[in-house]
Design a binder for this molecule. Structure first.
Ligand code: ATP
Ligand code: MG
Length: 466
């Protein structure tokens, strides 16, 4: 069921209000009436489809109210009512964004038609805005295609922050996609046609970093044969991405704070104060707050950077995205010979792994598997060793689990312990040394537990003699 369009009517003539309310209620509108403009402003959150606004009101005038409505809700259509002698003001109201005006006494049939078409305009413009947002988010989804709640929040934040110039601090473990987020914020924002320059604060030697960032004057140090323009100047109009900001040397942190506060800096060896119109994005995989507590990072710089944090979850906390990412990388790395497929078991192995290297590790694993696999399907054997091993371990636990299900309806910690040991002993054909290794226990402990639970073991010759 579609909801009735909300119609606001603002007039101090209570009789007219009553007549119009009845008329439009009958036509299916949800009518709200107000005898002054201020009250109408207080209710804008109700998202009216149309506002009928009288020019002569107690308190603020209709034109003032119209301006305030347009400041808050640019797209709501406003129809002005005015007395004959205020016709010029009514005409001027069009310049302030009113859709139409009517003089009193009202031609109610024409007013009906105007309200109807205004309501349609509002409905369609809302639809267009919704569609635009969907198209926008689809563009983003290509890169940030996520089913995960935390990532959806990141995506939402990005939509809000991309057009602004605020500094954003992107935090997350290595390989979670920090640089990709920074690049997207730039590409989808209004600086997209200007440069996006990445500076890795950890990989550039600290003596060079300052000249890299701010440039230097000729002769400022031995070997400075000519003036060098720094990245802050080159990036004018664009974005600077300060990667691994946690590694920024303490003395440079003060200079960075100045750039963030005033967009001002000096070349090394220069006196001239330069300014550059750059947006600064920063990323780190370190906990900057701990660095602040340990005196390694300036607190003022931290607060300056962290006013808009984006925190990327590790891949192990967004496993629902693994199939989507796998599909994306299969597409990316498959050659013209056709796209390979993952068997269900192999995909499960990818889901079970903890991905300490996050999306980067997943991407490499898939690129490698595509290269080394024969035939149409990628199997577990095509995956890197740590993933294969993890998969075997899980298989063992599942098998052990099925033993419990068959024989033990009630699990206590003791029964689980017993079955785990029995399973390890069975899997190693009674080899206590191997079983101990698998269970990550000492041989003596496994031996004692086996004895306690009456599990038969084959003790090696060596052990018997020990
Ligand atoms: N949402 C995503 N969709 C597809 N690929 C992604 C996504 N996020 C990250 N990647 C890929 O994962 C790899 C690592 O991403 P990125 O370099 O942005 O991570 P990072 O957090 O900056 O890592 P590090 O801390 O090691 O610098 C890149 O190859 C990137 O293409
Ligand atoms: Mg990075």
């Amino acid at each position: 069921m579609t909801e009735s369009p909300i119609l606001f009517i603002v007039d101090d003539d209570e009789i007219l209000l009553m007549v119009l309310r009845d008329r439009f209620t009958e036509q299916g509108y949800d009518v709200k009436t107000f005898t002054n403009g201020e009250e109408c402003l207080l209710h804008l959150d109700l998202d009216p489809s149309v506002i009928i606004l009288d020019l002569m009101l107690p308190g603020k005038t209709g034109i003032e109210i119209l301006q305030m409505i347009k400041e808050k809700q640019k797209e709501v259509p406003v129809i002005i009512l005015s007395a004959q002698d205020k016709i010029m003001t009514a005409v001027n109201s069009i310049k302030e964004g009113a859709l139409d005006y009517f003089t009193k006494p009202l031609d109610t049939q024409r007013l009906d038609a105007a309200v109807r078409s205004a309501s349609t305009i509002k409905r369609l413009s809302k639809k267009v805005a919704d569609l635009e947002e969907q198209v926008d988010s689809r563009n983003w989804m290509i890169k940030v295609n996520s089913q995960n709640e935390k990532m959806k929040h990141v995506h939402h934040l990005m939509m809000k922050l991309r057009e602004s110039d605020v500094t954003v601090l992107i935090q997350g473990e290595s390989g979670t996609g920090k640089e990709m987020i920074a690049q997207s914020l730039h590409n989808e924002g209004n600086r997209a046609s200007a440069p996006f320059i990445t500076i890795n604060c950890a990989s550039i030697p600290k003596e060079l970093l300052e000249t890299e960032l701010f440039g230097h004057e000729k002769g400022s140090y031995t070997g400075a044969f000519q003036r060098k323009i720094g990245k802050f100047e080159i990036a004018n109009g664009g974005t600077i991405f300060l990667d691994e900001i946690g590694d920024l040397e303490f003395s440079l942190q003060a200079k960075m704070l100045r750039v963030l506060q005033y967009k001002e800096f000096q070349r090394v060896g220069g006196n001239e104060t330069l300014s550059s119109d750059v947006r600064i994005l920063a990323a780190t995989n370190q906990d900057l707050r701990t660095l602040v507590l340990n005196g390694k990072f300036r607190e003022d710089l931290y607060y300056r950077l962290a006013s808009f944090p984006i925190i990327l979850p590790p891949l192990r906390e967004r496993k629902e995205d693994i199939p989507i990412l796998v599909e994306h990388f299969l597409e990316k790395y498959s050659n013209k010979g056709g796209k390979k497929k993952f068997s269900r078991k192999t995909l499960q192995a990818l889901m079970d792994y903890s991905w300490p290297g996050n999306i980067r590790e997943l991407e490499h694993a898939i690129e490698r598997a595509i290269l080394i696999s024969d035939g149409e399907f990628i199997t577990i054997a095509d995956l890197p060793m740590p993933i294969q091993t993890r998969s075997e371990e899980i298989e063992e636990v599942i098998q052990a689990g099925s033993i419990f299900r068959k024989s033990m309806p009630v699990y206590t910690l003791e029964t689980i312990k017993k079955e785990m040991i029995a399973h390890a002993i069975a899997a190693t054909k009674g080899n206590i040394k191997e079983a101990a290794k698998r269970l990550n226990l000492s041989r003596a402990t496994v031996y004692t537990l086996c004895k306690q639970h009456g599990i038969a073991v084959l003790r090696s010759e060596q052990e018997r003699n020990a």
